[in-house]
Ligand binder design. Structure first.
Ligand code: SF4
Length: 396
């Protein structure tokens, strides 16, 4: 697990807080405007003509494990990182001039890169890992519009998350257009509760995503009362289902997400047949273990079920859809708490910056294909089924 934040010392005045970090050779050949590039100069690297770099118009020097350049330079410098391993070449960082905080906004080579659009939401899901805040956070959109042109254009997939992105109104299409302009090869994976798409004019607004985006929409039951309770919003089920239909009618790709916990488990058996009968057009269904963060922690007593106790039901539900031609996955549930018949559907689903394993996992024969745990996982969320597999046992 590699964190997304560290501290640095900053000398001079940065021309911009959001910068792309590139090695010297790549910096000289990049299409990224030079005033947005911090040149990565590791200690022990070749000697560099700092005056020439300044003349070429680079934004800053990035010396993760060193002090300021010998003899000083007129270019601003980001240096002496408390954790130099946090930032690599190709990454895009936000550097706060005032306190030296460095945040990685895009990480080259990560298993998932996600843009956080807004903290606002119109639902209050019992297990929300990112509890909404009703604050004006339009600065995020402005920052994302600065960030998108700095993302590697060969990136296969970029996630959008929140909060509820449709609450941004016309700024959501603006972000979609920026992605189309700067990342034409990149697929988008957009988390939304889908409720606002029940309004056809909102569904019309996101046409720029057509053919490029998958809309990942949570549905927690086959009956309105249960879904509405889980998301703490009356009428949400009707809105989400209508939103799914409105997007589908316009040709969008849709993924359905079902988080498994004590409040959704009572409908897990019926849910797949509902999806198969009513939404056979969806491209993917994901059954997901909970991330123990935010409201999930607060509501633990309401939500916790040991996955060992629902593994067989989960396996049956997932195979019900997979066998009928809807690609289906199980996320965030370790292999040792799943029955083996479910393993072909289990994915390594946790973003690497928050993915961890227990000491018990060391030497486990299936660790390479197991999702492990969220970093926020603790004793209160530990299944009694965690146990490493011996090599022979796993191969059987
Ligand atoms: S012991 Fe660890 S690595 Fe092995 S299956 Fe369980 S959680 Fe996964």
């Amino acid at each position: 697990m590699l964190p997304l934040h560290t501290r640095a010392k900053v000398s001079g005045t940065l021309p911009h807080p959001v910068l792309k970090v590139l090695g010297l050779a790549e910096a000289l050949g990049t299409a990224v405007p030079r005033d947005r590039v911090a040149v990565h100069l590791p200690t022990g690297g070749p000697e560099v003509d700092f005056a020439a770099l300044q003349e070429l118009g680079f934004a800053a020097l990035f010396r993760p494990d060193g002090g300021t350049a010998a003899g000083g330079t007129v270019l601003p410098e980001i240096h002496s990182l408390s954790h130099p391993e946090v930032v690599g070449t190709g990454d895009v960082v936000r550097v706060r001039q005032d306190n030296g905080q460095v945040g990685v906004l895009y990480r080259r080579g990560a298993n998932a890169n996600t843009l956080f659009l807004t903290e606002q939401c119109n639902s209050r899901c019992l297990m929300c890992s990112q509890p909404p805040r009703d604050e004006d956070d339009l600065w995020r959109v402005r920052e994302l519009l600065e960030l998108i042109p700095l993302v590697d254009p060969d990136l296969a997939q970029l996630g959008f998350t929140g909060g509820e992105p449709t609450l941004l109104g016309p700024l959501l299409p603006e972000l979609l257009r920026a992605c189309a302009a700067f990342l034409p090869q990149t697929g988008l994976h957009i988390l939304t509760n889908g409720r606002n798409f029940s309004d056809p004019t909102v569904a019309d607004m996101v046409g720029d995503a057509l053919g490029r985006a998958t809309w990942a929409i949570p549905l927690y039951a086959d009956v309105p009362a249960r879904h509405d309770y889980v998301v703490q919003a009356k009428g949400a089920f009707e809105q989400t289902v209508q939103g799914v239909y409105n997007l589908a009618e316009r040709g969008h790709v849709i993924e359905i997400r079902f988080v498994v916990h004590a409040q959704t488990l009572p409908r897990l058996r019926e849910f797949p047949e509902f999806v198969w009968r009513n939404m056979p057009f969806v491209s993917h269904v994901a059954f997901m273990g909970m991330e123990p963060m935010g409201y999930a922690k607060v509501n633990r007593n309401l939500l916790w079920v040991d996955p060992l106790d629902y593994g067989h039901c989960l396996s049956e539900a997932a195979w019900h859809l997979q066998d009928r031609g809807i690609p289906t996955s199980i996320y965030n549930v370790p292999l040792c708490v799943l029955p083996e018949e479910a393993w072909p559907l289990a994915r390594q689903s946790i973003s690497d910056w928050k993915n961890t394993y227990e000491p018990a996992c060391d030497g486990c024969a299936v660790k390479q294909s197991c999702c492990g745990f969220f970093a926020s996982h603790g004793p209160a969320w530990r299944s009694r089924g965690i146990k490493p597999f011996e090599r022979m046992e796993a191969a059987e």
